[in-house]
Write a protein that binds this ligand. Structure first.
Ligand SMILES: Nc1ncnc2c1ncn2[C@@H]1O[C@H](COP(=O)(O)OP(=O)(O)OP(=O)(O)O)[C@@H](O)[C@H]1O
Ligand SMILES: [Mg+2]
Length: 241
């Protein structure tokens, strides 16, 4: 498959299953370099499975081209190495480890100390409170703080593309707005492209450039966020508001 101009990630005809259950059935999606893309849909629509398919966390068929290269063998380790950071559903922070230890896990593939330090400084620039809480067990942070720590940990990889799975899950409206504002800043300042799965369509469409709506494992509708947000039929049929 020839990569489209300007695309950082292109997935074509992705299928993924859990045993007998076909979770996604021919998903096509593109993340333009430097953009924020929202992956919307109701419970069970296939958002998590799509992100997992991209990083090889579930058995998948289909084509994925990242930064001009076809990813033949997809594994989570390879995805991290080539610059795809994945903040999974439920955050994946390790509660018994300290804030600092969690952050360092994000830099596990970086061997140079000076480089780890530079990454830490950059990440702490976004989340200054991490420095003050460095010895606190991650499990004692609030839900919003744990989500931010999970994002900070993924940024330690210096990813070209950040995948986020429902960063708003279980959080109040104020912290959700803060997290999405931060994603916009990270996107603009560091040029990190973002693919964010969300049930909260309002907040995701407000920051995303483009959006895909999944329904039972397929893309039901896609387009520029402003067009989807402004289309009453799309809003009523697929976004539930
Ligand atoms: N571990 C699993 N074993 C079997 N089936 C699964 C598993 N995980 C997901 N599924 C099924 O795959 C389909 C897609 O689920 P997925 O988790 O991708 O949806 P989602 O859009 O992320 O939903 P939610 O908004 O609830 O997180 C659903 O039918 C779900 O029941
Ligand atoms: Mg999910």
């Amino acid at each position: 498959m020839a990569p489209s101009e300007g695309a950082l990630l292109e997935a074509r005809d992705l299928h993924a299953r859990y045993g007998e259950i076909e979770a996604i059935r021919g998903v096509d999606l593109t993340v333009a370099r430097g953009s924020i893309v929202a992956l919307l849909g109701a419970n069970g629509a296939g958002k998590t499975s799509t992100l997992r398919a991209l990083t090889g966390t579930i058995k998948t068929t289909g084509t994925v081209v990242f930064a001009g290269r076809t990813l033949q063998r997809r594994t989570p380790e390879d995805a991290a190495r080539i610059g795809i950071g994945h903040v999974p559903e439920g955050r994946g922070t390790l509660s018994s480890l300290s804030v600092w230890e969690n952050l360092m896990l994000g830099a596990y593939c970086v061997s140079k100390r000076a480089s780890v330090r530079a990454r830490c400084d950059r990440v702490i620039g976004y989340f200054p409170w991490l420095a003050e809480r460095k010895h606190q067990p991650a499990g004692t942070l609030s839900g919003g703080e744990q989500q931010m720590l999970a994002i900070a940990r993924a940024l330690m990889l210096e990813p070209q593309l950040l995948l986020l799975d429902e960063p708003s899950l279980g959080l109040g409206p104020k912290i959700v707005r803060d997290i999405f504002a931060l994603l916009r800043t990270i996107n603009q300042q560091d040029g990190v492209s973002i693919l964010v799965a969300e049930q909260n369509a309002t907040v995701a469409l407000a920051v995303a450039d483009h959006a895909y709506v999944l329904e039972t494992g397929r893309v039901a509708v896609s387009g520029p966020s402003s067009e989807l947000a402004g289309n009453d039929r799309v809003r009523r049929s697929y976004l539930g508001y």
